[in-house]
Write a protein that binds this ligand. Sequence first.
Ligand code: F0G
Length: 363
Amino acid sequence: MTSKLRQSGGVIEAYREFLPVSPSTPIVSLAEGNTPLVYCPQLSERVGRGCEVYVKNEGVNPTGSFKDRGMSVAVSKAMEHGAKALICASTGNTSASAAAYAARAGIPCVVILPAGKIASGKLVQAVAYGARIVAIDGNFDDALRIVRELGDGHRFVIVNSINPDRIAGQKTAAFEIVDVLGDAPDFHLLPVGNAGNITAYWAGYQEYLAHQRSTKLPVMIGFQAIGAAPIFHDHIIDKPETIASAIRIGNPASWQQARIAIVESQGGIDVVSDEDILAAQSWLAQHEGIFVEPASAASIAGLFKCCDSDDAAYSFQKIRQTSRIVCTVTGHGLKDPDVIIGRMKKLKPIAATVTDVRRAIEL
Ligand code: F0G
């Protein structure tokens, strides 16, 4: 690896002492991480009681999702071990990220995807970064099963979150939150699919506490889509369905670790409907100026459920005044524009005069 790759910043440079790297690990980075933790006044008002709500906007990572954190560490370690090719199963974001970091490292990347279920922006990314794309007649769980088998040989390094280096990289998001807030938040809400991210955040918060970088641990609350909620129902879902294709997963790889995070943090796992996810997606864009993909909006839909619903797994109606709440939004809205495009009215052009434009504005 050239010294130029060492100059690009990113999560390894920022948190080297907490990551499984040594001075001889070649760093493959696109300057991921250091994402904005955005204070959201209108979300805070929705919660009330003087609580502060922050959104950790992971959509501004180099390939537009949180996956880049773990991918930097996983691909760096793979290169250290002399990998010749990478492989992953994906609902879209992992494949986009793996393809980019493989390109950066100069090795091939194979991505196995459920046919017809990948958001258009993510598929475009995998193509642009030059991945070898294989679509299967099956869902993400089938794709991961195949990847596990192919990765058993020595040909491919698996860069799904079953690779512990991915989890190690992703825990840097928790470090950043503590570094910005000065302590861990009281609550952390996030979408759950394959359950790697909730596992990583919990590991990160615990590690920072152990190193006295924080004084407490947050309550972890995860949200699954109603039609793809194996952890909530406590059984495998054979045919998971949701508009939030990123979390369309019926048999999460990190199921047990997610359970541990939820139980140890005295948190919860809950479900949100596709309708609520899409409503939360537009609410966040139109009230706080943050445009996220549907899966990411599950944490915002979840926050609303905690505030409003009596049957929420965790109610915010009696939480301590001035609690700090962080919602992770995991991917950029432009990755998955199809629902919004489908609902858009066709734009009818008008005459190019100030009078016509003024009339059309109607404000
Ligand atoms: N949000 C987005 C945008 C995702 O892409 C994913 C997972 C999740 C949330 C859930 O995170 O799996 O760690 O619980 N996407 C994976 C993929 C499965 O293949 O891109 P998780």
